[in-house]
Ligand binder design. Structure first.
Ligand code: NAI
Length: 250
């Protein structure tokens, strides 16, 4: 098999389903070997590993809570032992816990911030020195269009997604001279487990507001991840690309 990611190794956090799974498959389809971590989602992760193996690529999965720095270090070490050092990091794992602001608890705020912000920062921190030493790499952080747009009952989530945008731009200033390109993706509403819980009424409403008239599919985001991971991403630095179906124009 040949492809634009031939010979590359990609690590994907939250690769067991949704956007992470679609991106892992897109990377493998372009020739990369893929390591993925997940949160207690072993059955789906094993299915993704089998799908990648069927494409003729190597794959590895393990549980790792990205909010826990020791667990992401263990994932990075195990992935390197299994497949080799990281060329492409897709920082994707995420959760959303909805609460009106007057009910916001420290526990929920800390959890959402730790999964998104601490998780992405330290996952990058683990693989970055190796990328620098080997002369380059790609770090792609999944933010959200809500970082720009805002939204009710999601202060923790929007705060975290905004921080990811800041992290992306700050690291780009240090990393680009080492040929490590750092960018973000701000998806619009995508049909995954994360949005399924919103129910049919919400879906009808949001599809009515989208200029495309449809929710996105995980593959819509995977194609942007592939762009940033491959030669098409050579001149993107600290950018936040937003495939969002017309939810927000910026
Ligand atoms: P999903 O719920 O389908 O998948 C989430 C993935 O993250 C799973 O693989 C899960 O195991 C993993 N995960 C969750 N918590 C984790 C933790 N603590 N440690 C390790 N892995 C963990 O979600 P979806 O929709 O695919 O979301 C992926 C990313 O895209 C998230 O960062 C989300 O915030 C972002 N996003 C999603 C949008 C949507 O409409 N679905 C829109 C904008 C951004």
């Amino acid at each position: 098999m040949s492809g634009e990611l031939q010979g590359k190794v990609a690590y994907v956090t939250g690769g067991s389903r949704g956007i992470g799974r679609a991106s892992a498959l897109a990377f493998a389809g372009a020739g990369a070997d893929v390591a993925l971590c997940h949160f207690n989602d072993g059955d789906q992760a094993k299915t993704v590993v089998a799908e990648i193996a069927a494409m003729g690529r190597r794959a590895f999965e393990m549980h790792a809570d990205v909010a826990n720095t020791a667990e992401t270090k263990a994932f990075a070490d195990a992935a390197e032992a299994a497949l080799g050092p990281c060329d492409i990091l897709l920082n994707n794992a995420g959760i959303n816990i909805r609460q009106p602001f007057e009910e916001l608890t420290e526990e929920v705020f800390d959890r959402v911030m730790d999964v998104h912000v601490k998780g992405m920062v330290f996952m990058a921190r683990h693989v970055y020195p190796g990328m620098v030493a080997r002369g380059g790499g790609r770090i792609i952080n999944i933010s959200s269009q809500l970082a720009i747009k805002g939204g009710a009952n999601i202060v923790s989530y929007v705060t975290a997604k905004g921080a990811i945008w800041g992290f992306t731009r700050a690291l780009a200033f240090e990393a680009t001279k080492h040929n490590v390109l750092v960018n973000a993706i701000a998806p619009g509403p995508i049909e995954t487990d994360l949005t399924a819980s919103r129910g049919p009424e919400w879906r009808k409403w949001i599809e009515g507001t989208l200029l495309t008239g449809r929710l996105g599919k995980p593959e819509d985001i995977a194609r942007t991840a592939l762009l940033l991971a491959g030669p098409g991403g050579d001149y993107y630095v600290g950018a936040m690309l937003s495939p969002n179906g017309g939810d927000i124009l910026y």
